[in-house]
Design a protein around this ligand. Structure first.
Ligand code: 26W
Length: 848
């Protein structure tokens, strides 16, 4: 069979190096890239730094600003990475193996400087070098604005995964969008959330390398023309009516001290030159500029929704844009030019991070059929082997659908292909389940209600080699509920890969005190092999080790107190149990349950029911952004702030109860806060949190969890043991059962006095300056709707919190439990998650 090559190559600024031949490369060693990184010495580092400052920023040290210094430092460190990056890329090009294209609309990276210093083992040298220059490394660290190109768990997971893949020397390119504005900055005005744009690039982006010459055309709209060719087969031509260009931005992803640097490739949209020129030549300058705006809007801003997609056209444009660029990039630039597309499944597996990149499926089909001239059947056979899909949710409203009308207008050729895929798929369903038309309707990729739309999760499931959930329970619920028909049809398609977090960022970097204690005790091997922390188990019995462990916790509390004072003007009381709930604000996560517990404690003390002497002094820290359009979430934020301002200023509870709600919870704050926590709040309604990853970070940093039987909590509890975890609340089957019987929240309100008093106190306006209206939306919903069964779990939560207090009173036993939490949660390294993906889904080789 002849090799299949593109019938027609789209004109781009092609790899001209390829065409120019080997002349330069063979005559000059530098043409291959720097063979060695700059010297790993203080002197060498200082020299590089000053060179970056002088020639890069164009300033002498004596006149440089903090930003100049930060930029020069970042560029210096990047320089050390570059040699390894070129080396990794050359090595991979020389022996192309199957690779992973991780497709994710979000990467919540967090600050880069420390991570790069750790990866290159340059922290001590950089610190010394800055001193030589009269500068403080720590001050420069703080000058970095974190790239917040994600909303929450899903985006942070992608960042952990690419870190692990680099550390394991796995061939992977992360593909995503270079949003000009990341997740909004949260501020509070009179206790209410106000969003401020996150112009993260305004001071320059030292970590990215732009390639404006390597542009990728991406088309939209128009119509499809068909003609019968000489061979009698019909050929389609998509005649789009507008286009944009994708510009590549490479970000280096360093492995941990292994000399490997992988690539994160983010796409930025700009207007096509030709497109502008046409209008410009027609004399309409204003329109030409406007068209530029339309194009550039595509990568302008990250959608701040979490869990409830809004179905906006611009969002679909973003999704198609980055996926089209990525697939094109892989086919045209990453692969040898003589690639036979029939071999694609041996060369690539595209991992779909939720449904956001699922439009890549019909895009690959379109390329194979229209550009590479394969038949639909041939293209389908190939495409079905090139994708795998991870689902990250269980909320039905979070499953993306796109109206057929919108798809037809924006991507007419893709819509045709989706119809064709659906036809083939439904024929298979009918064959396997004859006469079951209800099932056919349930499974169809096209849904009818409330309007005809494409169900992206169905499309993903049909086209993927494997479908996975992100924790055992979640994967089970996917199989049994959300995608039950599909798992019945293809049981072997479904699998689980429990999430993980990178130990480099979330233990080694975030918790230097604990890291030192661990390394002093068991050696440094745990950083790249987290299961090794199990060796700490025996030390849980050692009073001396426990004392050191408590010192670490205390030092981390001192550190977060300083951070919150400087950052937010919050004065944290000393020596409190630090009780932390940080995550997006969502009703299913039940921040209201936490708030009711606080109000109950407060009400108990001020009413005299509770002897303050018996109350464990406690500081509760909240961190949570609400989606800007999510009314209820914003009301809850306002209520938390209202309760905080009253409680924190009421002398009757001074020294007993304090609430801190720093605005703008982000990765940087998480890195400071999590290591200081005693208690980790993971209190979602069972069956709603797919996995959670914050829960893992807390356990690994020696906080005990109070949590429901949900997501990865289940696995954390199994590993750390029941004695070292505060479990409470209904199980998922109990939740389903109660909902089936008919849940009436008022029954709980009426029969539970503490609950009634807490709710009444809020409802009285006590926390809202006497204004009863101010809390009415939240309270009204709790009493008459309460979709996430807050009131039903209230008493169980109080009881579990009472257990927490009793346990905390015995500091020796508490530290023992905390140490066991660290020692037994090595499983939650994202290195392990990546190994699972590699073995069960991707089947790629590492380290070649
Ligand atoms: C379109 C808006 C939107 C944005 C993000 C809809 C849905 C999402 C994600 C699916 C939400 C998300 O971040 N899910 C979280 O994924 C984490 C990583 O797997 C899990 O740990 C969390 O439990 C899950 O909520």
């Amino acid at each position: 069979m002849p090799a299949v090559r593109p019938a027609e190559t789209v004109a781009v600024a092609e790899d001209y190096l390829h065409e120019r031949g080997p002349t330069l490369e063979s005559t000059h060693p530098l043409a291959l890239g720097p063979v060695t990184a700059p010297p790993h010495t203080v002197d060498g580092f200082v020299k590089e730094f000053l060179r970056e400052l002088n020639y890069g920023q164009g300033v002498p040290l004596s006149r440089s600003s903090l930003n100049d210094q930060y930029m020069a430092l970042a560029r210096t460190v990047r320089g050390y990475l570059t040699a390894r990056w070129l080396e990794t890329a050359t090595r991979r090009r020389q022996s192309p193996h199957k690779m992973v294209g991780y497709l994710s609309a979000e990467y919540l990276l967090g600050r880069q400087l420390d991570n790069a210093l750790l990866a290159t083992d340059l922290s001590a040298i950089a610190e010394e070098a800055m001193k030589v220059c009269g500068l403080e490394l720590d001050a420069l660290r703080q000058a970095e604005v974190e790239p917040g190109l994600g909303n929450g768990g899903l985006g942070r997971l992608a960042a952990c995964f690419i870190d692990s893949l680099a550390t394991m020397d796995a061939p992977c390119v992360g593909y995503g969008i270079r949003y000009e504005y990341g997740i909004f900055k949260q501020t509070f005005v009179d206790g209410r959330q106000v969003e401020v744009p996150d112009n993260w690039l305004s001071m320059g982006g030292p970590w990215e390398i732009a390639h404006p010459e390597m542009e990728v055309p991406v088309h939209f709209g128009g119509h499809v023309e068909r003609a019968t060719a000489d061979d009698g087969r019909e050929r389609c031509t998509w005649v789009p009516d507008w286009s944009v260009l994708g510009i590549r931005y490479n970000v280096m992803v360093p492995g941990y001290q292994n000399g490997v640097v992988n690539t994160l490739r983010l796409w930025r949209a700009i207007a096509t030159r030709a497109f502008d020129l046409d209008i410009f030549n027609a004399g309409d300058y204003a329109s030409a500029v406007r068209s530029q705006t339309v194009a550039e809007n595509i990568s302008k801003v990250l959608y701040p929704e979490d869990s409830t997609p809004q179905g906006k056209e611009l969002r679909l444009q973003q999704q198609y844009f980055f996926v089209a660029c990525s697939i094109f990039d892989f086919l045209k630039h990453t692969q040898p030019t003589d690639l036979d597309v029939r071999e694609l499944p041996e060369r690539i597996i595209f991992q779909l991070n939720d449904t956001h990149p699922v439009i890549g499926i019909p895009e690959l089909m379109r390329l194979l059929i229209d550009d590479y001239d394969l038949t639909f059947e041939e293209a389908w056979a190939i495409t079905k082997q090139c994708f795998a899909y991870t689902c990250h949710t269980l909320l039905p409203e979070a499953l993306e659908v796109w109206p057929v009308s919108l798809m037809e207008r924006l991507l007419p050729r893709h819509m045709e292909i989706i119809y064709q895929i659906n036809e083939v798929f439904l024929a298979e369903v009918r064959e396997q389940f004859p006469g079951d038309e209800l099932r056919v309707r349930r499974m169809s990729i096209i849904g009818d209600h409330p309007e005809r739309s494409v169900r992206m999760a169905h499309l993903a499931t049909v086209a993927s080699v494997k479908v996975n959930g992100v924790a055992e329970l979640h994967s089970q619920l996917l199989r049994d509920k959300v995608l039950a028909d599909f798992s019945e049809m293809w049981p072997e398609k479904f699998t689980n890969v429990t999430n993980g977090v990178t130990p480099r960022r979330f233990v080694r970097q975030a918790n230097p005190f604990l890291s030192k204690l661990i390394t002093d005790t068991i050696g440094v091997g745990w950083v790249a092999n987290l299961e090794r922390v199990r060796e700490l188990e025996t030390y849980a019995e050692d009073p001396e080790f426990r004392a050191k462990f408590r010192e670490v916790k205390a030092a981390n509390k001192t550190r977060i107190a300083a951070v919150l004072e400087r950052r937010d003007g919050i004065l944290l009381p000393e020596d409190h149990l630090l009780d932390v709930m940080v995550k997006r604000l969502h009703e299913y996560k039940r921040q209201m349950l936490k708030l009711l517990h606080i109000v109950t404690l407060y009400e108990g003390i001020i009413s005299g029911d509770l002897d303050p002497a018996t109350v464990t002094p406690r500081t509760v820290v909240f961190g949570a952004k609400a989606a800007p359009g999510y009314r209820m979430a914003k009301e809850i934020i306002f209520l938390i702030n209202s309760v905080a301002s009253v409680i924190n200023n009421d002398p009757r509870v001074q020294g007993k109860l304090f609430i801190a709600f720093p605005a703008n919870y982000n990765v940087t704050l998480a890195e400071r806060l999590i290591p200081a926590a005693d208690l980790s709040e993971q209190i979602s309604l069972a069956g709603k949190e797919a996995s959670g990853t914050g829960n893992m970070k807390f356990a690994l940093n020696g906080a005990l969890t109070i949590g429901t039987d949900d997501g990865a909590n289940v696995e954390i509890r199994k590993l750390v043991g029941d004695d070292n975890f505060f479990l409470f609340g209904m199980t998922e089957p109990e939740v389903a059962d109660l909902q089936a019987r008919g849940y009436r929240p008022t029954e709980y309100y009426e029969s539970n006095e503490k609950l009634r008093r807490a709710i009444n106190l809020i409802d009285s306006g006590h926390f809202t300056g006497g204004n009863r209206e101010a809390a009415s939306m939240v309270i009204g919903d709790l009493l008459y709707n309460d979709r996430f069964l807050v009131l039903a779990d209230y008493q169980a939560y109080l009881d579990a919190q009472a257990e927490v207090e009793a346990a905390y009173a015995d500091q020796e036993a508490w530290s023992r439990s905390a140490i066991l939490n660290v020692a037994r949660t090595g499983f939650f390294s994202s290195d392990r998650s990546m190994r699972d993906y590699i073995n069960r889904i991707w089947h790629i080789q590492t380290g070649f």
